[in-house]
Write a protein that binds this ligand. Structure first.
Ligand code: MSP
Length: 633
């Protein structure tokens, strides 16, 4: 028997309750897990929480409780939510679990004995805001950007992981396994990062105490990412190793595609796997995050049902890309696809079978061209859906299915079954129409079961089944087989949402009370007269190309269209933006700035960005209908 399909989610920090970003990753994993079960596979699905480290230590201190108390509280939030949403994970792992602590210490010791971890004194610069050591090149970049105040001199003993020794093995592995990171454009970013050179990684801290102690040297605690990544190992029974699919947000891809395989290679445990990096749910142009005060909690949306939220996530988000969230978009989608689309089709079909055939689904004796076309349509849609879902592209799979469901509406309009029912001469045609509609709904129940388990079960039962749809397998399902018996009681699938009413009732996204206090805003600069100011030529530009500057994690080289010409501009925005996310963005360019060289590349201009002294830069964005070349004045 083959190994169980092993799927993981990242483990969530316990400094905050879950929001819909976290919920999305877990829903995606659950949909994939359920899909594989219905393919007849055994599945092992792991999720959990990341409880150590400075973030959690600070959040607990701010509340006047211990980190463990905070973790227990937030874990209760997570487990309650996952239970309410019917998640089918096998284990909820906590990094404070004893077996995990033992595992991390054991592995640390093993790599230490082997020489892949070594102790050394770090003497150099440290970035306070990034909580990380800074290379000379990085320091120069920070200085060039006027951020030198973030740097402090530091001398401390630390344990290093010999990451540099794995650069070639990683690159070779990437080369031989094009499926390792999906989507491709994210994989390219990873490759470029590694090609730029890997430095050994500090994996212990003496400045914090909330963590797993280094075995035999307890004043050091193990760096939270070394600890966290190993959860996938601790949480997995040997029979399921290695993970088949690891879901991560794009912000944590580097940890999973570089550090994690290197740790495993060092431990001799590495085996090929796939990492799928999804994009973010955005509010406006921004990632949802507590500190930005634009967080939507799942409870706000769950009153429309688990399935509603699951469907919306899968239907609207193209895995890999970012997607803007809006309450209106959420409700429009559900009304269009579930209340109208599928819901309406099911209720019309079932009531016709009830009315015209006493609840008994007919077997068609003959089909005309139109009936044949619809029947063939289903035979094509079913495998196409499965293929797309197997590639984790539920967005495309659902699109294929809903296009077919819309075609069925057209089929009803053309066939006019209510007219056919008036004359028994038309019985064979009416039988064909009813059978086609029935079969389409039956296949739909099966296909959407991983996405909407409850709705699919309701539909399945309305179609006359007494079994669990989730226990049926796709393989070998007779799409044109007879109905199991008479249809059951039709139940409404989805209650239409009164959008106007709900919009006025919905809570606005949370606004954090403390945002203002935590800003580190610089003083107003010296006064300049208007003439001086107007010397600066500010233009709307559009980013056409963007790539990272090798050996730099701050600098991005871009080609920017400023209407009159295209410019090469190098910007220090690499920590805040991924190149792929910059493409086609409108920006404001300082167009008459003297050119200057950054890491050997001549930059012709600068992009305007907003930030305080501590935060990342936020690119200033002109409205979407502004044109490259417009003067900003
Ligand atoms: N603890 C680390 C992961 C360690 S895994 C060994 C962590 N935790 S997190 O709670 O900050 O984020 C967990 C996941 O949620 C990440 O994959 C992140 O991308 C995802 N999301 C957080 N906000 C998100 C959105 N707004 N949209 C979609 N997913 C996002 O990172």
């Amino acid at each position: 028997m083959s190994k169980p399909f092993y799927v993981t989610t990242p483990i969530y920090y316990v400094n905050d309750r879950p929001h819909i970003g976290h919920t999305y990753t877990t829903v995606l994993a659950d949909v994939i897990a359920r899909f594989h079960r219905m393919r007849g596979e055994q599945v092992f699905f792991l999720t959990g929480t990341d409880e150590h480290g400075q973030k959690v230590e600070k959040a607990a201190a701010a509340r006047g409780i211990t980190p463990k108390q905070l973790a227990d509280e937030v874990v209760a939030n997570y487990t309650e939510l996952w239970k309410q949403m019917g998640m089918t994970h096998f284990r909820f792992i906590r990094t404070t679990d004893q077996d995990h602590r033992d595992q991390v210490q054991r592995l640390f010791k093993r790599l230490l004995d082997k020489g892949d971890i070594y102790k050394a004194t770090y003497k150099g610069l440290y970035s306070v805001s990034d909580e990380a050591y800074v290379t000379e090149t990085q320091a120069k970049e920070l200085q060039a950007q006027g951020l030198a105040h973030q740097l402090v001199e530091l001398e401390e003993e630390t344990y290093f992981f010999r990451l540099s020794a794995y650069q070639d093995r990683l690159l070779k592995y990437y080369e031989e396994h094009p499926e390792f990171v999906q989507p491709d454009f994210r994989f390219n970013e990873v490759k470029r990062f590694v090609e730029g050179g890997l430095q050994d990684l500090s994996i212990s801290r003496t400045s914090i105490s909330w963590g797993i102690p280094v075995p035999g040297d307890e004043k050091h605690v193990i760096y939270v990412w070394f600890d966290a990544l190993l959860n996938y190992l601790t949480g997995c029974p040997a029979s399921s190793w290695p993970p088949d699919l690891q879901l991560v947000g794009k912000d944590i891809l580097r940890f999973h595609a570089v550090y994690w395989p290197a740790f495993l290679m060092a431990a001799g445990l590495f085996q090929p796997t796939t990492i799928l990096a999804h994009g973010w749910w955005l509010m406006g142009d921004d990632k949802m995050s507590k500190s930005k005060g634009n967080v939507v909690r799942p409870d706000t949306l769950l009153r429309f049902g688990n399935d509603a939220l699951r469907f919306y996530f899968m239907r609207d988000m193209q895995v890999g890309h970012d997607r803007g969230f809006s309450f209106e978009g959420f409700m429009d989608r559900l009304n269009a696809d579930l209340a109208n689309g599928l819901g309406n089709l099911a209720s019309r079909t079932l009531s016709m079978i009830q009315r015209y055939r006493g609840g008994v689904v007919p077997m068609p004796a003959a089909m005309d061209d139109l009936d044949q076309e619809m029947a063939k349509g289903l035979l094509a849609v079913f495998p196409e859906y499965l293929e797309k879902a197997r590639a984790n592209d539920f967005h495309a799979a659902l699109d294929v299915l809903w296009t077919y469901l819309r075609a069925l509406d057209g089929y009803i309009v053309k066939a006019e079954p209510w007219k056919l029912a008036k004359d028994p001469v038309n019985d064979p045609k009416l039988d064909a129409v009813l059978a086609n509609l029935y079969r389409a709904l039956r296949a739909t129940a099966l296909l959407v079961a991983p996405v909407m388990p409850e709705l699919a079960q309701t539909l399945w039962e309305s179609l006359g089944h007494t079994t669990k749809v989730a226990e049926t397998t796709f393989h070998g399902f007779a799409l044109d087989g007879p109905a199991i018996g008479p249809i059951g009681d039709p139940k409404p699938l989805f209650q239409r949402i009164d959008k106007e009413k709900e919009l006025s009732d919905l809570l606005p996204p949370e606004t954090p009370a403390e945002t203002k206090l935590s800003l580190d805003v610089p003083e107003i600069r010296e006064v300049v007269d208007a003439d001086t100011f107007f010397k600066v030529d500010l233009r709307v530009g559009k980013i056409l190309e963007a790539e990272r500057v090798p050996k730099s994690d701050k600098l991005i080289k871009m080609k920017v269209d400023i209407g009159l010409e295209q410019r090469t501009i190098v910007g220090g925005i690499g920590k805040a933006y991924e190149p792929a996310d910059l493409l086609q963005k409108l920006v404001v360019v300082v167009a008459n700035l003297a050119p200057r060289k950054l890491m050997g590349i001549e930059s012709h201009g600068m992009l305007l960005a907003a930030s305080d002294n501590a935060s990342k830069p936020y690119l200033v964005a002109p409205p979407s209908d502004a044109q490259p070349g417009f003067l900003v004045k």
